[in-house]
Design a protein around this ligand. Structure first.
Ligand SMILES: Cc1cc2nc3c(=O)[nH]c(=O)nc-3n(C[C@H](O)[C@H](O)[C@H](O)COP(=O)(O)OP(=O)(O)OC[C@H]3O[C@@H](n4cnc5c(N)ncnc54)[C@H](O)[C@@H]3O)c2cc1C
Ligand code: FES
Ligand code: FES
Length: 458
């Protein structure tokens, strides 16, 4: 199935506990947390929610970049083992032990940041990620993906604030040097994977033509980006797809590229990977970015997944609609580019053909004088589902308003965009009522946010 001459590995290979590990999982759906706890008997990473919410299972995934190792906190409970390929997996067992605590662990103890201890390994891993990142401006968002049920957050926040003053741990520094050397030694090798497991197949091509051919030949194979949605289908809906086709190996799908007219973001680039480019261009999206999931979710989640899942409450589509973005859908037959608002047809239905996948998104560059306002209304500030998301953009004389959480699909408020009268919102949508809010609440809060934007520009 792969292009001629391409060397493909038939097993997942990753750096772990100071050595290379080779793994053929039992199934494409095997996840990292059960691998750690049940197969390796490393039980420091805890299982709390098993759905990416509590952070008790947090570990670090280190990738080799031209600047050295880059560390991503990840929720191992929803992370397929395939994601470990050619990475270094650091768990709490790598960090310190009772005889010699890592400075971050010692600081947590000192600040009374731990009580029953169940959440502590996860918090420590999130804090260690910040400790390893030079010049981290604001460490507090690191904690948004971790929940503590008994201690309270005061001590943990105190530790986060003093991260930059904590000394390095010589034992971890030595491990880092060994891991970096090991990853460098295999950097030139292909990262492509084609693994036959006892219960199914994993493909992770690195060549776009191969990916498209496989999509064409096996349209039933489940495409996987960061698996922050797919992981929950495995743990909560107990789905067992027999063939998983990972998109993240193809450089074109991970691109983040700024040119004179647009910012191109590959469908498989993680939120973390495009954060800097996006927020440089549109700093008004900072809150939107920081409130989408948590650091762990943004380390892995992608725009491709956020659109393709067809959810009415995805946080990206209304923003991309308001900014006038396009998306390019790819298949072996070629590429087609559509305005992002044309992607959604009905509740969880999109125009993606069975042989297609999302390639990339093009966001128009900022123009002089343009105004951008994005508001996410939810019951909690951090890591919560949108009750309503309203994105308003004024570019020259054109007004665009993207709406999320209000109807069966994210959509543009065409009537209000033409009339600039918020009373016309009822012509665009009949908001739903659910556990999060009533229809009346959604209507009023949306009208209020649009009115505020219109009045600020008048
Ligand atoms: C704890 C938690 C908090 C979250 N918070 C938020 C939030 O605040 N806001 C929000 O919007 N979302 C949130 N999410 C949902 C999720 O993180 C996002 O939808 C994310 O963008 C999904 O991207 P992914 O790459 O992980 O998708 P995946 O899980 O890999 O895939 C999701 C779907 O997209 C398809 N797909 C993936 N890539 C492509 C492609 N290139 N072409 C075609 N189909 C593709 C897959 O087949 C699958 O059907 C949260 C999730 C978790 C676990
Ligand atoms: S166990 Fe809760 S995030 Fe993984
Ligand atoms: S210390 Fe008990 S849950 Fe956090």
């Amino acid at each position: 199935m792969f292009g001629k001459g391409v060397d493909v590995r038939a097993a997942i290979r990753f750096w772990f506990q100071d050595d290379w590990r080779t793994l053929v999982p039992d199934s494409p759906t095997d996840l990292v947390l059960p691998y750690l706890r049940e197969q390796c008997r490393l039980v420091g990473s805890k299982e709390g929610c098993n759905e990416g919410d509590c952070g008790a299972c947090t570990a670090l995934l280190a990738h080799l970049t031209p600047d050295g190792l880059q560390y991503q906190p990840v929720n191992t409970c929803i992370l397929p083992v395939t994601a470990l390929h050619h990475c270094w997996l650091l768990t709490i067992e790598d960090i310190g032990d009772v005889d010699q605590l890592h400075p971050v662990q010692a600081a947590v103890v000192e600040a009374n940041g731990t009580q029953c201890g169940f959440c502590t390994p996860g918090f420590v891993m999130s804090l260690v990620a910040g400790h390893l990142e030079p010049g981290l401006a604001d460490p507090l968002p690191l904690l948004a993906g971790n929940l503590c049920r008994c201690t309270g957050y005061g001590g943990l926040i105190e530790v986060a604030k003093q991260l930059s003053q904590l000394p390095k741990d010589p034992r971890l520094t030595a491990k880092i040097e060994r891991a970096e050397a090991a990853l460098r030694a295999v950097a030139a090798e292909t990262h492509a994977l084609a693994v036959d497991t006892p219960s199914g197949r994993i493909d992770a091509p690195t060549d776009l033509a191969d990916l498209l051919t496989q999509r064409q030949q096996v349209p039933d194979a489940l495409l996987v980006g960061g698996a922050t949605d797919v992981g929950l289908w495995i743990t909560k809906r107990l789905e067992q797809p027999e063939h998983m086709l990972f998109t993240g190996g193809c450089p074109e799908l991970r691109t983040v590229q700024l040119d004179e007219t647009s910012l191109r973001i590959g469908a498989a680039a993680s939120y973390h990977a495009f954060q800097a480019a996006l927020l440089d261009e549109y700093p008004e999206l900072t809150d939107w970015y920081e409130r989408l999931g948590s650091v762990q979710v943004r380390s892995r989640g992608t725009l491709g997944g956020n659109f393709a899942n067809g959810s009415p409450i995805g946080d990206s589509p209304p923003v991309w609609m308001a900014l006038g973005a396009t998306m390019t859908l790819l298949s072996t037959a070629g590429a087609r580019t559509i305005p992002v608002e044309d992607f959604f047809i009905d509740y969880r239905q999109t125009c993606l053909a069975p042989n297609e996948l999302i390639g990339w998104f093009d966001l128009p560059r900022r123009s002089p004088g343009m105004r951008v306002q994005v508001d996410k209304v939810s019951r909690r500030w951090d890591q919560d589902i949108s009750t309503v998301l309203v994105a308003c953009v004024q570019r020259d004389s054109t007004l665009r308003i993207g709406l999320g959480g209000l109807a069966a699909t994210p959509r543009l408020a065409h009537h209000v965009m033409r009339s600039r009268d918020v009373a016309d919102l009822t012509k665009d949508i009949t908001p739903l009522s659910d556990l999060r809010a009533s229809s009346q609440y959604r209507l009023q809060v949306t009208q209020g946010l649009i009115r505020a934007f219109l009045e600020a520009g008048s």
